[in-house]
Design a protein around this ligand. Structure first.
Ligand code: IFM
Length: 471
């Protein structure tokens, strides 16, 4: 196997590496990307695109509260309007369909569909029913995430994910949604990126609700995973035909040197980013090395919790963005050592497709029960501008090609990967970075809400058209 995922397509089709739209996307003939049943889609999330935060009975979420606090989000941005998708959903679905995208991953805003007493909010539910029905009419495969970080504020007021009860409230919410939406959802993901909810939300405070304590992070993680475990059987009963899974973000950590200390640091980085979530889900236990990194932070785990958390999954969603080069911090952990001269995105994240392949092939070795995988997010931010009605996001085209090549290599190495969702369908509210960072394959002018299809979206559409023609 070539070491460098980018090299695969470069060798076979040198033109492709230039990333210009004129070059056809020509994966090798034996590439899984040509398979009709390899799903190619795009992803979004409720708080990042919907807006309409106080319409039709939606209650406040922790992100409304957090983004209203000075200094928490770049430029004081909030999700109050975002892409106004709540009102523009029909045109947005048309756009998605016109690009030929076969799958759409969206999330439901919990505070839109249920009140504090658990009473359904019909208007909020109807929004998602209309949306999902339309997607079905268009023949688009639907992946629905129940929790992409917009926790109802009333639950945070009672301790949020530090309160075990939130896990049970989540199971009630999953029950309502799967009873109401059964038949319109192809795959349910319970949580998006519990690492971010637990660590960024409760461990370092960069995300809502903004608490910073390692012990909080491990307890919040336990309750998030418990919420997942409690919800899965409920989803199975109410909507047996759909797939059930969870979405984890994974991080590649590479050692800054060959020293044993740096190797250990890279291992601990991956324990903290990957095994912290995947071990409980797939092995039924937290990795003990985590508590070497954060001594004394073991969460309170009750009898039966780990069995609940590790019940079999139909799929595992994987979100991948970059690698981190690390060295030992001289104590229990690691410190980042940014590499010089490497390609980076608008986020400052290193472009490193091989990390995706290496993590996936590594998981296959580590977890004998690794479920089928969907890449549920992958993409990059760039400072995209509209010029003469076009957005030339050449770096994104090249990024997507190289990461798709890495996926292909992982499939050839035996990993069961069934699809890929690019992040994101359109520019949106990028959490603590507000609207400055643009991840979309469709540009959004936030002053007019005009959508402009970027070159990258045209490129994906072109490939999908070609694939359809060859089928
Ligand atoms: O925008 C986020 C998304 O909500 C979760 N995964 C990472 C993306 C880019 O930061």
């Amino acid at each position: 196997m070539a070491n460098d995922a980018s090299a695969v397509f470069d060798t076979l089709s040198p033109a492709v590496s230039k990333g210009s739209l004129a070059d056809p996307f020509t994966p090798p003939a034996d590439s899984a990307l040509w398979r009709k049943n390899f799903l190619l889609g795009a992803a979004t999330a409720s708080y990042q695109i919907e807006g309409a935060v106080d319409e039709d009975g939606r209650l406040p979420s922790i992100w409304d509260t957090f983004s209203a606090k000075p200094g928490k989000v770049l430029a004081g941005d909030t999700g109050a309007v975002a892409c106004d998708h709540y009102h523009r959903w029909e045109a947005d679905i048309e756009m998605l369909a016109s690009l030929g995208l076969e799958g759409y991953r969206l999330s439901i805003a919990w505070p839109r569909v249920m009140d504090a007493a658990g009473v359904p909010n019909r208007k909020g539910l109807d929004f998602y029913k209309r949306l999902l029905n339309r997607l079905k009419e268009k023949g688009i495969t639907t992946f629905v995430t129940l929790y992409h970080w917009d926790l109802p504020q009333h639950l945070e007021d009672r301790g949020g994910w530090l309160n075990r009860d939130t896990a049970y409230r989540f199971a009630d919410y999953a029950d309502l949604m799967s009873r109401e939406l059964a038949g319109t959802v192809d795959a349910w993901a319970t949580l998006n990126e519990p690492w971010c909810s637990a660590y960024l939300g409760y461990g370092n405070g960069h995300h809502a609700p903004g608490l910073a304590n390692d012990r909080f992070a491990t307890q919040a993680m336990h309750h998030l995973l418990l919420a997942h475990g409690l919800a899965v059987p409920v989803l199975r009963v109410n909507d047996p035909a759909s797939q059930k899974g969870i979405v984890a973000n994974i991080g590649r950590g590479t050692p800054n040197s060959d020293s044993a200390a740096d190797q250990r640091a890279a291992h601990l980085f991956e324990v903290q980013h990957n095994a912290w979530i995947l071990d409980p889900l797939l092995k039924g236990a937290y990795p003990q090395d985590l508590f070497e990194l954060w001594p004394g932070t073991e969460p309170l785990v009750l009898d039966g919790d780990m069995e609940t958390i590790s019940a079999p999954l139909d799929f595992l969603g994987i979100n991948y963005y970059f690698r981190t080069n690390v060295a030992s911090d001289g104590a229990h952990g690691f410190r980042d050592v940014p590499l010089e001269g490497v390609e980076r995105t608008q986020m400052g994240w290193e472009v490193y497709p091989d990390g995706l392949r290496d993590l996936l092939t590594g998981f296959k070795k580590t977890y004998h029960n690794l479920p089928p995988i969907y890449i549920t997010e992958n993409g990059m931010a760039s400072d995209d501008q509209v010029t003469d009605g076009h957005v030339d996001d050449t770096q994104r085209i090249s990024f997507l090609k190289r990461h798709l090549a890495a996926v292909d290599q992982a499939i050839k190495a035996g990993v069961d990967i069934r699809g890929y969702f690019l992040w994101s369908l359109m520019d949106n509210f990028e959490w603590a970075f507000g609207y400055e960072r643009r991840f979309g394959v469709v540009h959004v002018d936030y002053s007019t809400q005009k959508r402009t299809v970027k070159r990258s979206a045209e490129w994906v559409a072109k490939f999908l058209k070609e694939r359809k023609a060859r089928a």
